[in-house]
Design a protein around this ligand. Structure first.
Ligand SMILES: [Ca+2]
Ligand SMILES: [Ca+2]
Length: 233
C-alpha cells in the first residue's frame, strides 16, 4: 500500500509537470508600461499619440477615421492582448477605445471596444466590407481604469473586463484576417492606455515593461492587480 501511495504521488507530480509544460513553452510575453516616455515599438497610423506621465494617450474628437496606432511586430498566430484603459474626456456623442486584431491597410479587422455610448457597452466586431458585432451592456465611467483582456484562439475571441468574462464569439463565418499585428484606436474622446501585455506564439519576450517578466514577477503582478481591482466598488 505504501508503494502504491508513492506511485500515486509520482503520477500526480508527472501530471502537474505535463500540465505546466505547454504553458511554459507556449509563448513569449511582451510588456509596455510606457514609463520610459517614448513610443518605440509602436507605429502611429492616424491622429496624434503621445506618452504622458507613463501612459499612452490620444485626444481625438472624430469617430471616423479614429486615431490609430499599431504594434510593430507582426503576429502569425493566436494571442492574448491586455491593457488598462480609461477615458478622460468625451468629445463626441460617444467615445471608445478599441483593441484591434490583425488590422490591414484597408481597415479590415477584428476588434474589441469599450464604448462610452449612453451608459456604456463592450462590443466585439468584425469589419469590413461586411460587418458583424456582439455587444454586452457595461457601465463606463470617466476617469476610471478598466482592465481589458482579449484572447483570440483560432476564430474564437473571448473578451474580459476587470477579470470578468463579458462574451465569447466564434467569428469563423466572417473570414477574419489570419495574419497581422495588434493595435489600438481611439475615437470621440481622450483615451489613456497603460500596461500593455501581449502573449502568444511568436511574441518576443521582454519589452520596456520587462522588469516584471520573471514568472515570480508575473505572479505577483497578477495577484496585486487582482487585489487592486477587487477593492474597487
Ligand atoms: Ca517605450
Ligand atoms: Ca505606465
Amino acid at each position: 500500500m505504501k508503494l502504491k501511495g508513492v506511485k500515486g504521488g509520482s503520477s500526480v507530480r508527472i501530471l502537474i509537470i505535463l500540465f505546466m509544460l505547454p504553458i511554459s513553452v507556449w509563448a513569449g510575453t511582451f510588456r509596455d508600461d510606457f514609463e520610459d516616455g517614448d513610443l518605440e515599438g509602436w507605429k502611429v497610423l492616424n491622429g496624434t499619440w503621445q506618452v504622458k506621465d507613463g501612459e499612452l494617450t490620444a485626444r481625438h474628437a472624430a469617430i471616423s477615421p479614429p486615431a490609430r496606432i499599431e504594434w510593430e511586430v507582426a503576429l502569425l498566430a493566436d494571442c492574448t492582448f491586455e491593457a488598462d484603459v480609461r477615458f478622460e474626456a468625451i468629445l463626441s456623442n460617444r467615445a471608445w477605445v478599441m483593441m484591434l486584431f490583425r488590422p490591414d491597410q484597408v481597415w479590415h479587422y477584428l476588434a474589441f471596444r469599450i464604448n462610452r455610448d449612453g451608459d456604456g457597452v463592450v462590443k466585439s466586431e468584425f469589419c469590413c466590407p461586411s460587418r458583424a458585432s456582439v455587444q454586452t451592456p457595461f457601465p463606463v465611467f470617466l476617469n476610471r481604469w478598466y482592465h481589458l483582456k482579449a484572447t483570440l484562439v483560432g476564430d474564437i475571441l473571448t473578451v474580459e473586463v476587470d477579470d470578468k468574462l463579458i462574451h465569447t464569439n466564434d467569428w469563423s463565418d466572417d473570414n477574419i484576417p489570419t495574419t497581422g499585428t495588434l493595435g489600438f484606436a481611439i475615437g470621440g474622446g481622450e483615451g489613456y492606455i497603460d500596461n500593455v501585455v501581449i502573449s502568444g506564439p511568436g511574441v518576443p519576450d521582454g519589452g520596456p515593461g520587462e522588469l516584471s517578466v520573471t514568472p515570480y514577477g508575473r505572479l505577483t503582478t497578477t495577484w496585486s492587480r487582482l487585489k487592486a481591482y477587487g477593492e474597487l466598488p
